[in-house]
Ligand binder design. Sequence first.
Ligand code: BES
Ligand code: ZN
Ligand code: ZN
Length: 497
Amino acid sequence: MKVTFSKAAPPKSAAMIVLCTQTDDFGEVFSALNEDADGALKRAAKAGGFTGRKDQFVEILTPAGLDQDRIVLAGVGDVKDFTLHDAETLGGGSIARLLKTSEKSAAFLIDGLAEHVEDIDVVAAHIAYGATLRAYRFDKYKASEEKDAKPALSKVSLHGAGSNAKKAFADLSALADGVALCRDLVSEPANILYPETFADRCRELEALGVKVTILTAKDMQKLGMGSLLGVAQGSVREARLVAMEWSGGDAKQKPIALVGKGVTFDTGGISLKPAPGMEDMKWDMGGAAAVTGAMSAIAGRQAKANVVGVIGLVENMPDGNAQRPGDVVTSMSGKTIEVLNTDAEGRLVLADAVWWTQEKYKPSTLIDLATLTGAVIISLGHEYAGLFTEDDALADELGEAAKSSGDKIWRLPLAKTHYDMIKCDIADMKNIGGREAGSSTAAAFIGNFIKDGVRWAHLDIAGMAWSKKATATIPKGGVGYGVRLLDAYVRETIESD
Ligand code: BES
Ligand code: ZN
Ligand code: ZN
């Protein structure tokens, strides 16, 4: 999507989106247009029950007196409480409508907002950002889609913004690229995206200045990563561990580490999952995709912070060589694990990934993201990711980032009792704790591999990686969850130091 900003009037050829405040006359811009159209806009608004409320839209085709073939009236609501998040929703919601038409370009007329908001350029940038997020489409495998079934929209222009809008949009555009990368990775089928090819995609971040290191199965063997490799051993696809380093901060500053679960397909292994819905498990690498997308965003906007992203990539398959329930594996940390259920594999991957990350990078803070448990979907549905941490300050920081980014989180308990529930008779721990508090025992398992003094939080994003319904800024499919949260965390907590 090409995005431009200007002070000039919109081109006649574009579909025009008019922002309307929730007032009797919908604002001056509307009034002037309505006059040119001899009252047709006001009549259409009335007929459509349009009051200028948030999320309200009315479309008018070929109004007499105006050059445009299509006008979209978009409700702004009460300007007094108009936020940047509202701007994104407005941009995305408007574009969602036009994607269903044959319009090639969309022009937002935003003059009317200028007098009501602090900085119209920043608002304009966020409208464009919302539009960009909503226009995403994963259609590379639609080989014979009819041309007119594809959205034609390729240009968005914003009229009434000043020269700083472009600058404000640059960072948001890098963020939208990171979200798109995350969605691409999550949407790819597992015959195309497997550990080796996922690692290849990470290599592409080198173009942004990211240092990429890829460990092969042999490298991991030497390091003693028996926990991660045990999961991979039933698959013909070899495991990989990828580290992506962005060093934009003070050389003396310890990095923060983002670690992601990257199970490119989770059949459950010998503890095989039931067939219905198993196709969903292609997105069991949503944590790794979020970390990769976040690294792209952070590097793309040249963040002044030291951040390392580490992802553990495996495929979990049943096979003659697959690990069995009851097997005992030794992790890189030296701790042993009895694998009672081969479907609780994400934690086994993370055990070695977080340990290696701490040994190699000595991070101050480590945040891991994983589509870890079905239990978190039972607890929180598809609205919130589960946050587990024993560090209240870190929970607050992440809470702030969640609020500003729109990637919602809800804190769930993690306490000694959950560590007790995974104690084991024959090894240092077992990989399941039974049905009760399943997301908390999974978090405790990872906690067993976090070193003293490292600030750590775990995000269970099982309910968030994929969505069956669209919102204003997220088409259905891969959500891109976590990219904006992690970017906001780095921006608000690390860069503001
Ligand atoms: N990848 C799944 C978790 C999952 C389930 C993500 C549904 C998204 C939707 C994970 O590896 C898993 O299978 N977890 C088990 C753990 C259990 C065996 C203790 C689960 O949640 O059932
Ligand atoms: Zn599993
Ligand atoms: Zn899994």
